[in-house]
Design a protein around this ligand. Structure first.
Ligand code: AMP
Ligand code: GLY
Length: 422
């Protein structure tokens, strides 16, 4: 079978890598992909928002399955566009991707179905929002309703920060129409974890839990990024806590989506807070694989990823049993200097051939020049994954390989997975 993967980051590299291991996969196309993905897939120069060109390409090449990586095209209905042409596609329809595309929708859904989440109020009027905000204690959390490239959430520790965030969203409109509504939400203390699950209606196959590191600097300092590193499993968190989160949050949410006539098919990603009493509450839902969660979860999947995708598409996910490796995985992201603000592109990268057999290197933002030399071309450049019998071993392998790779101003956190070692 020939496959078309849509997207061009580290997540899509990991998806292509996992699909390439399937004996049933013949040829992989990736639109637009990146230079690293180009080592195992044929790159197609079509952007993720060009639905007509993408569907025409898939028809022309008679691809057997389309897999969609990023959030924006899902929220805009890319899956509906492929389905309209009867092309098999893995991912949620627009009405289900709304669980990521609108925080007010997501919060109202959880409230309606009594699924644990932080208390909140929503507003579309600035004066009312401000009045409410002024009546609440800090810390408090302010969220733009729509997609904002991971930047729409402010955890405010002072009133000034909170009011500034509200003003940015509703008055200065820094996120455009994504900020037409805001959610003002109770601050939750605790440890975060991510649970991704393959979902087909009410059937939920949870993947092993992972933890991301969102802030750019060590010790969770500095601005939020797309994610600076991940690890899986989480040895310092009881399996019972993870299992309970699946039972009380992920499964009821899938069920609620069916009840709302928005059945979810694809990867449902729950961002969770484990509060001090050991119970989890939902922070957010994404309608797709996480980046860089995927880079540590898929290398641990022993089952054939293509079979899993096809089962979800065909509505037979309840008939398969996923097998996971006991190995640990740690991903360290190498970022451009300046990320997540502005950063240079085109910096030469060396050492990609020095990382040895022990590490996997997933490309997020790389390109090759006319001489075939590697260059940076994005904020997050590479995700270096170590696998081992423990988090400690996986972490050592990831950092050993990450140190072999150089580009001017290379930035990585040095404390990825440190929490799991304590
Ligand atoms: P989100 O984009 O919704 O994942 O939010 C980004 C980050 O903000 C989360 O990963 C949390 O670290 C933090 N956050 C969001 N909501 C809350 C909350 N209610 N309490 C504490 N932290 C939160
Ligand atoms: N790593 C977080 C995300 O993919 O949204």
């Amino acid at each position: 079978m020939d496959i078309l993967v849509i997207g061009g980051g580290g997540r899509e590299h990991a998806i292509c890598w996992a699909l390439a291991k399937s004996p049933r996969v013949n040829h992989i196309y990736c639109a637009p992909g990146n230079a690293g993905i180009g080592q195992l897939a044929e790159l197609v120069p079509i952007q993720v928002g060009e639905f007509e060109r993408l569907t025409a390409f898939a028809e022309e090449k008679r691809v057997g399955l389309v897999v969609v990586g990023p959030d924006d095209p899902l929220a805009d209905g890319i899956v509906d566009a492929f389905e309209a042409k009867s092309i098999p596609v893995f991912g949620p329809r627009k009405n289900a991707a709304h669980i990521e595309g609108s925080k007010t929708f997501m919060k109202d859904l959880l409230k309606k179905y009594s699924i644990p989440t932080a208390a909140y109020e929503k507003f579309d009027n600035y004066e009312e929002a401000l009045k409410y905000l002024q009546s609440q204690p800090v810390p408090i959390v302010i969220k733009a309703d729509g997609l904002a490239a991971g930047k729409g959430v402010t955890v405010a520790f002072t009133r000034e920060q909170a009011e500034q965030a509200l003003q940015d969203i509703m008055v200065s409109k820094v996120f455009g129409s994504s900020g037409a509504q805001v959610v003002i939400e109770e601050f939750m203390e605790g440890q975060e974890m991510s649970i991704l699950a393959f979902v087909d209606g009410e059937t939920v196959c949870a993947m092993p839990a992972a933890q991301d590191h969102k802030q750019v600097f060590d010790g969770d300092q500095g601005p939020n990024t797309g994610g600076m590193g991940t690890y899986s499993p989480l040895p310092h968190i009881d399996d019972a806590i993870i299992q309970e989160a699946v039972e009380t949050i992920v499964k009821p949410t899938a069920k609620a989506m069916v009840a709302e006539d928005r059945p979810f098919r694809g990867v449902l990603f729950a961002g969770l807070m484990i509060t001090p009493d050991g119970k989890s509450k939902a922070i957010e839902f994404n309608a797709r694989f996480g980046d860089p969660e995927t880079q540590v979860v898929l290398p641990r999947l022993k089952s054939d990823l293509l079979e899993v995708f096809l089962a979800a598409v065909n509505g037979t996910l309840d008939q398969i049993e996923l097998e996971w490796s006991k190995q640990s995985a740690v991903c360290v992201v190498l970022a451009s200097p300046g990320y997540p603000s502005s950063y240079p592109k085109g910096l030469p990268i060396t050492g990609l051939d020095q990382t040895g057999e022990e590490a996997l290197v997933f490309h997020a933002g790389t390109a090759r020049n006319e001489e075939g030399e590697w260059q940076t071309s994005g904020g997050r450049v590479l995700g270096v994954v170590g696998l081992g019998d423990s988090i400690a071993e996986a972490r050592e392998k990831a950092y050993a390989a990450a140190r072999q790779i150089e580009f001017e101003g290379k930035h990585m956190r040095t404390d990825i997975a440190a929490k799991a070692l304590k």
